[in-house]
Design a protein around this ligand. Structure first.
Ligand SMILES: Nc1nc2c(c(=O)[nH]1)N[C@@H](CN(C=O)c1ccc(C(=O)N[C@@H](CCC(=O)O)C(=O)O)cc1)CN2
Length: 287
């Protein structure tokens, strides 16, 4: 068996063209959504992601507000930009690109954001809403993964999903999303300290590999017919992406998300969706 591809690039393009129609409708009501980004430091990967987010926004008609600080920025300097974005009427939603440099209290920065402008779904209020099953912005990567599975017809209802990785952008929040009644999956959250990880992986109908450990998920760890999402990003000596999933998994799984070209583009498309939805909520509240 060779796995079918969970094509994140094509799916993200379809989502963005749907969103472009919603942006047109907002503009007809006199609302122009604007995505703000705050990039601190000079990590080339983070810069690439931020530029990509602005390219996506331009594609669907969303305005861009870009803020940058050097890696030496203090907590106070970062918080001053967050306050400015909170007050800036052109910025209807924004993100603080993560990770922030060492020594910065990330939670304090995220808490200071106006929750109504949280485009990443990572503000404590948004994460609380996710726990309480209330409407609000959802974290982009978990939401992108669910949408990628849904649009390829992969059965989530009743599936056993094994997640590897406990980071805040993916591992911790995806279980909350997948165990909602509307998705109805059963989720096991694992990490690099999990005893008998291969044994747990072998029970999974769906694997979400987000540990950032190259080739952590091996072909012999995968149940034939499973869907496997490769989220982790490491780099080889030439700067080429190495995912968390061994290439041999292609011969065992029924579905596999490529890396690059799988979950990454979906993360960006679902960010655009959060920006559009925040602007729609603000427009509804103003009427
Ligand atoms: N504030 C946030 N910071 C970070 C998040 C996040 O959701 N919010 N997630 C990741 C990085 N990320 C978005 O910011 C992200 C990662 C990857 C991609 C992507 O499209 N990747 C391409 C490959 C790119 C390459 O060659 O390097 C792909 O997978 O095809 C987009 C966004 C951490 N920080």
């Amino acid at each position: 068996m060779t796995a079918q591809i969970l094509d994140g690039k094509a799916t993200a393009a379809a989502i963005k063209s749907e969103l472009a129609e919603r942006v047109k409708a907002l503009k007809a009501q006199g609302v122009t959504p604007g995505l703000g980004t705050l990039l601190v430091g000079d990590d080339p990967g983070s810069r690439w992601y931020v530029n990509g987010k602005h390219r996506d926004c331009a594609e669907v008609g969303i305005a861009s507000i870009q803020r940058e600080l050097p890696a030496t920025a203090t907590q106070e300097e970062i918080e001053a930009v967050v306050r400015e974005l909170n007050e800036n009427p052109a910025c209807t939603g924004y993100i603080v690109q993560l990770p922030l440099p060492k020594g910065i209290d990330t939670n304090r920065v995220l808490q200071l954001m106006d929750p109504a402008k949280d485009a990443d779904g990572l503000h404590p209020m948004s994460l609380g809403r996710l726990v309480l099953n209330e409407t609000g912005p959802l974290p982009c990567t978990p939401n992108g993964i669910v949408e990628l599975l849904r649009r390829h017809g992969v059965e989530i209802n009743g599936a056993h999903v094994v997640v590897v990785g406990r980071g805040i952008t993916v591992g911790r929040s995806i279980g909350l999303l997948l165990t909602r009644r509307s998705e109805n999956a059963t989720v096991t959250l694992c990490h690099t300290g999990t005893r008998d990880l291969p044994g747990l992986l072998r029970q999974a109908d769906i694997i979400v590999a987000a540990a950032g450990v190259p080739h952590l998920v091996k072909p012999e760890d995968v149940k034939p017919g499973a869907a496997v999402l490769d989220v982790g990003v490491s780099r080889d000596e030439n700067g080429k992406i190495v995912g968390d999933v061994h290439p041999g998994v292609r011969e065992v799984a029924a579905w596999l998300s490529p890396n690059p070209g799988g979950v990454g583009p979906m993360t960006r498309a679902l960010l655009v969706q959060n920006v559009v939805e925040a602007a729609e909520r603000a427009a509804d509240a103003a009427h």
